[in-house]
Design a protein around this ligand. Sequence first.
Ligand code: GLY
Length: 302
Amino acid sequence: MMLSRQTRRAYTTSVGASRSRHTVAITREIPGSFINAVAAHSANQVSDVSDVSLALARKQHHDYLSNLRKHIPTICLPPIECQPDCLFVEDTVVAIDDTAVITQPGHLSRRGEVDSIKTMLLQLGIANVYDMREIAGEGATCDGGDVMFTGRHLFVGISARTNNDGFEFLSDAFARHGLAADSIISVPPVAAGKEILHLKSAVTHIDKHTLLAPTGSIGDTVLEALGAAERGYEAIRLPDILSCNAVAVNGHILAQASKCEISKYRIEQACNKRNLGLTFVDTSELAKKDGALTCCSVLLSV
Ligand code: GLY
């Protein structure tokens, strides 16, 4: 696939020498239309998806933003009222250091969220911006929620939202900027797309060597699909799948304030052992619309 990029300044850093610090987060306020957001998978995770409180969702989101701001300067874009899922900014872009891929979200209803994120990235001066929509056309799709960059590997979950063309596009873009080909891994759809929405609904990293993954068969399947053990990852196994989605930001972890005490205890132990800060944040109302902690921000190093 031939790539061409839009640039704002000279290319200076390759993702192969990935910076560990994030310098700015992009988020977006919750629109009034949030109650109409897509909710295909939440029934697996929370008991009542029919009764979404906009006020509670906004309060929880506000708390999330307050906690995020303690660790990174955070831009909060205005809501797009006609895009009920627009707070889930993660799905619209995959960024590593000064290279970003603007995605073509897998769900048609989400595509109107993308342009304003692209504008923001260009304003922030990301050096290399590849737009999957313009370059790959209709065929390639990707939700950022399917993409996990641990600092050592870029894992891309193939799912109902992310296809092989989407993976190839990401792979070409990031390989071009220094990510080794053998560190870019397509994760088969055994993991994402069935019981869970995205790859990161079931697994996230808290540092370059440690993953959070569920207990039971979903966790076993995901970890096997990642080749986690062979690639040198330790997995912290959690009974509550929602708790497996955490945000790692500049040595601090934002984790789900789950009712599952075992999950919280294991996350605490893991963070203590690794000298990582930890804050529990409750976004259970967003989970009713398949939103997890990582969904609500894009972390950049610019
Ligand atoms: N509600 C999140 C999504 O389905 O994309």
